[in-house]
Design a protein around this ligand. Structure first.
Ligand SMILES: [Zn+2]
Length: 198
């Protein structure tokens, strides 16, 4: 029997959240709003952990291509994820670009890949790596670049954004994974994502 998909055992999650509420010293009896919280959190987790579900894995179609030509680039794709270190959201926008080889990806594939890899507890850097690896695996491009820019609530809610972001506290955190020989996509990405916060 295969292991259950993470997040899918809602009964166990409900039980654990109820235990967490008690461990925090909160009391559902004196605060009725907490009564349904374990069930709500379990439902929410099942949904936002949906990227683990193989049944929801994107079926990324490819089309034959002549191996020539320009960068394919999709930018400003929104995403929401959950920081694996703190279980608090981080969210932002992505730019995904590749230089096609013998295969082209369907244009919606990029957004679906982003959604799949974001819908689980994650690291911003790892989302970019996983998308780039996936594109390399299915489309064998001549190069690929993924740029993610995100706000991390685990930092912002604790007021430590200034510490981590140094001289530029208002800029969201950016990560990049790139194997493009042509840096045009990366430069385009910097322009596309650098002008405003997500
Ligand atoms: Zn965090």
């Amino acid at each position: 029997m295969s292991a259950p998909v993470p997040g899918s055992d809602t009964a166990a999650v409900q039980k654990a959240v109820a235990e967490l509420i008690r461990a925090l010293g909160l009391d559902a009896a004196s605060e009725p709003e907490l009564g349904e919280t374990p069930a709500r959190v379990a439902d929410l987790y099942r949904e936002i952990f949906g990227g683990f579900d193989p049944a929801q894995s994107p079926d990324v179609a490819t089309f034959p291509h002549d191996g020539q030509g320009d960068i394919v680039l999709v930018r400003d794709i929104p995403f929401h994820s959950l920081c694996v270190h703190h279980f608090v959201p981080f969210f932002g926008r992505a730019l995904i670009a590749y230089l096609p080889g013998d295969e082209l990806l369907g244009i919606s594939a990029m957004a679906r890949l982003l959604d799949t890899y974001a819908r689980r507890p994650q690291l911003q850097e790892r989302i970019g790596q996983q998308i780039a690896d996936h594109i390399e695996r299915v489309a064998k491009p001549r190069g690929v670049a993924v740029i993610l820019e995100a706000r991390h609530l685990c930092m912002e809610m604790r007021g430590i954004r200034r510490v981590r972001h140094g001289r530029d506290p208002d800029r969201a955190r950016r990560t990049r994974r790139s194997s493009l020989g042509a840096d045009a996509a990366v430069r385009a990405g910097a322009g596309a994502l650098g002008s405003q916060p997500p």
